[in-house]
Design a protein around this ligand. Structure first.
Ligand code: ADQ
Length: 758
């Protein structure tokens, strides 16, 4: 994978700048090792510093007026082994935990690393399930390496790791998590490569200028600690975060050439040779590259579809990494030379978003910006998930509004628009996803974008009464009408939108068109589909073994299944209560039927979601305590993510799926369950009438999740349903699921959007 920073060739000014630094005395060079001056080896132990590199480091350390330090995350022993041939090099190990000028190593902090042992053990358990993963334990840190995990397995490994690490960090506030290039490390908050900077400055002496080189996010700490007159160079730059370096080198080989050039400049003087600078190049906004690449379609969503490195929170990645949206958009983007822009899950340290970065070798091509943490918290946790999400799902009790968060939401939409116009030409169609970016068309127009801009809302659009609670409802609707096309899951949501526009007397509303400020906005339902084949024949592989283990306690029982993100809109407590009520009212089911609830962690830093978790766990405990027997646990509750193959096996094994959200835009689990069934002996779908999917899947057992007694009766009915009825309902449901696929959904939206150009 190549991550491309937009870049420009070096100029005479660059050359003069670097000659001055390379020739400066005294000069301190701080360099990272792995990924900077030597390429990554499959495991840290396999790495070797070849004779050419040893010779170069020796030559650098022998230069009068120059000191060289290797600043690494490696252990003291491993640095000593690798650099034994470079006796004069200064060393910093464990990301600043240890330093050695001459003589013995010195620890830079005091503290107790013992609690890391428990974390190490838990992570070993995860590594054992993911071939290629390995755990590295140092004095002050535990690192999970996943470079050698199969790419298709990495998301899963990361999601599990992140869950364990986050839970551990909540109990150990003196430590922090660091996501590097295929590594997740936990270390004391105080340990940073930054400690090397003042230390080096002291050692080099008065008037020192420093040059720091590194490829990893840990090197950013060092870069930020540099002073005026110093320079930071990002090597390779795969870490994907905003960087404070102004220069970049393409990779370790370029880095070697550059260091050789420094040796030559110091030995031979600034003129006449070497007259060409073999790097670094200045980092520039992406616009120059965009003109060359000519992307024909841009998709924009809050998060990027694929994990680019460790997830910020496990659940945030789950949807995109396993969901149908990626599969739906991938072919459409590939066909049109498209690119996908999103947030990468990382934060920049400053107060402005990072550079736009492009990875045009991934499929689809990806571009991303990283946001300041505070922006993200206000825009995402705040306005998106504490205002718009509950409001649009008609949960006014969960809503909170803040002017500051709204202002930040506007700012983030503008930042996305700025990135978008850097990536594509002014006439390129842009497809925007979901409630995080409802102001994007407005911001794009302000930046001169002329091409068609469409929006698809993945969640419900509320009725006018509900919508009017939003303090900035007029401004929001007004901005939404800058889109050329607004897509919703169902005609009912389209109708809600129409009513809202009418109630605000903002515009002229015809059937599927709104006219406003001279712009025509088409409004239409585009019910999202799945790729049914993906759920039909799961491979009997390792995933099967794991699912067999999950299901084995159920082998003698009929099975009910719930699969959801742990979100209050999904109605998980209500459905468990209904199951409890069923056991009470129909005692004949006791010891004969079990409920498996699989929940994926979600938005765990939003308080409502933490409450939801403990509420669900309480109900599970209560029902199991009340009805359980020595050989029967009524509810098994699993709080984790599964692969698509594993989910398919779960779906296929369940007699009844309870897809009972209190409100849901569409709900893909309902469709996936139908697709996964054996047509000769299908299970029964109990589906909430308040899920968007209920419109297409009207042959399910439709239930009202707000009415626990009624839902208990519906569960009983589903369990008793005769085979003929099951087959007949399933046949109709499968036909509905096959009618609109994820691919036809994307094609339909894009071609409608392209037609808006006319
Ligand atoms: P979600 O609210 O996330 O999506 P949903 O449509 O059900 O809801 O999609 C969930 C996806 O996550 C499914 O593809 C499912 O397979 C997967 N999933 C669930 N539990 C999982 C687990 N334990 N492990 C792994 N994967 C799991 C939002 C809207 C929905 C709308 C979709 C798509 O809220 O209403 O249907 O977008 O537009």
């Amino acid at each position: 994978m190549t991550t491309t920073f937009a870049s420009a060739p070096s100029t005479q000014n660059d050359l003069d700048h670097w000659r001055a630094l390379a020739g400066h005395t005294p000069l301190g060079i701080l360099t990272d090792l792995d990924g900077t001056i030597m390429p990554f080896a499959p495991t840290p132990e396999e790495a070797q510093l070849d004779p050419e590199r040893v010779a170069l480091l020796r030559a650098l350390t022998a230069l009068p007026g120059v000191r060289v330090a290797v600043i690494s995350g490696r252990t003291r022993e491993s640095l000593e082994r690798l650099l034994s041939g470079v006796p004069d090099v200064l060393l910093v190990a464990e990301h600043g935990g240890w330093k050695r000028a001459s003589g013995a190593w010195q620890a830079t902090t005091e503290g107790d690393p013992a609690p890391l042992n428990d974390l190490g053990r838990d992570l070993e358990g995860i590594a054992a399930r993911h071939p290629g993963a390995l755990i590295e334990r140092k004095t002050w840190s535990v690192t999970f390496h996943y470079r050698r995990v199969e790419p298709s397995e990495r998301d899963e490994a990361l999601i599990e790791t992140a869950a364990v690490v986050e839970a551990w960090l909540a109990r150990h506030p003196g430590f922090e998590r660091l996501d590097g290039v295929f590594v997740v490390e936990v270390r004391p908050v105080r340990h940073q490569k930054a400690v090397a900077v003042p230390w080096m400055r002291d050692l080099v002496g008065p008037g020192a200028r420093l040059l720091a080189l590194g490829d990893d996010v840990t090197d950013e700490d060092m870069f930020r600690a540099l002073g005026p007159g110093d320079e930071a160079v990002l090597v390779g730059g795969q870490h994907g975060r905003g960087t404070s370096a102004h220069w970049k080198l393409l990779g370790p080989e370029c880095c070697l050439t550059f260091l050789r050039w420094i040796v030559a400049v110091r030995r031979e003087g600034p003129t006449p040779e070497p007259s060409v600078l073999p790097g670094p190049v200045t980092m520039k906004p992406a616009s120059a590259e965009r003109k060359l690449s000519g992307y024909q379609l841009l998709a924009v969503s809050n998060r990027l579809p694929h994990l680019r490195s460790a997830p910020a929170s496990p659940a945030e990645n789950r949807k995109k990494s396993v969901g149908g949206l990626v599969s739906a958009l991938e072919p459409a983007l590939a066909q049109r030379k498209g690119i996908w822009l999103g947030w990468n899950g990382h934060f920049v340290s400053g107060t402005e978003p990072g550079f736009v970065m492009i990875d045009d070798e991934s499929k689809p091509a990806l571009a991303w910006i990283d946001l300041p943490k505070e922006w993200h918290s206000k825009y995402y946790n705040g306005l998106s998930n504490r205002s718009l999400w509950p409001l649009f799902h008609s949960f006014p009790g969960h809503v909170s509004f803040s002017l500051e968060e709204w202002a930040c939401y506007e700012k983030v939409n503008e930042a996305f628009a700025a990135a978008a116009v850097d990536l594509v030409g002014p006439d390129t169609p842009i497809w925007v996803h979901d409630y995080h970016l409802l102001l994007l068309a407005r911001a794009l127009r302000a930046k001169g974008h002329r091409g068609p801009v469409g929006h698809f809302l993945h969640i419900p659009f509320p009725g006018a009464d509900m919508f009017s609670l939003f303090p900035w409802s007029g401004r929001l609707l007004d901005a939404m009408l800058d889109f050329d096309l607004l897509g919703f899951h169902t005609p009912a949501y389209v109708d809600n939108f129409r009513q809202c526009v009418r109630s605000l007397s903002l515009a002229k509303v015809a059937d599927d068109v709104v006219l406003h400020r001279g712009r025509r906005t088409r409004i239409r339902d585009f019910p999202i589909g799945i790729i049914a084949e993906d759920f039909r024949q799961p491979d009997a592989s390792d995933s099967e073994k794991e699912i067999t283990a999950v299901l084995s306690p159920f082998s003698r029982h009929r099975k009910l299944l719930g699969v959801d993100r742990l979100d209050y809109t999904k109605g998980i407590p209500e459905r468990l209560l209904a199951f409890g009520r069923m056991l009470e009212v129909f005692p004949e089911w006791r010891s004969k039927v079990s409920f498996l609830q699989v929940s994926v962690p979600s938005r765990e830093d939003v308080p409502e979601y933490m409450e939801q978790r403990s509420r669900v766990e309480n109900i599970v405990g209560r029902i199991n305590g009340e009805f359980g027997e020595a050989d029967w646990v009524p509810i098994r509750y699993v709080y984790r993510s599964y692969t698509r193959e594993q989910l398919s096996l779960l779906y296929r094994s369940a007699d009844v799926a309870c897809v009972t959200p209190l409100r849901d835009g569409m709900n893909l689990v309902a469709k996936e369950y139908v697709a996964a069934q054996n047509p000769e002996n299908p299970g029964v779908l109990v589906l909430s009438s308040f899920a968007g999917a209920a419109r297409e899947l009207s042959d399910a057992v439709l239930t009202n999740p707000w009415y626990v007694d009624g839902m208990a009766r519906d569960l009983d009915r589903a369990l008793r349903m005769p085979i003929e009825e099951r087959k007949s309902r399933h046949g109709k449901l499968l036909a509905a699921v096959s009618r609109t696929t994820a691919l036809s959904w994307a094609e339909d939206f894009i071609s409608t959007l392209e037609a808006c150009r006319a």
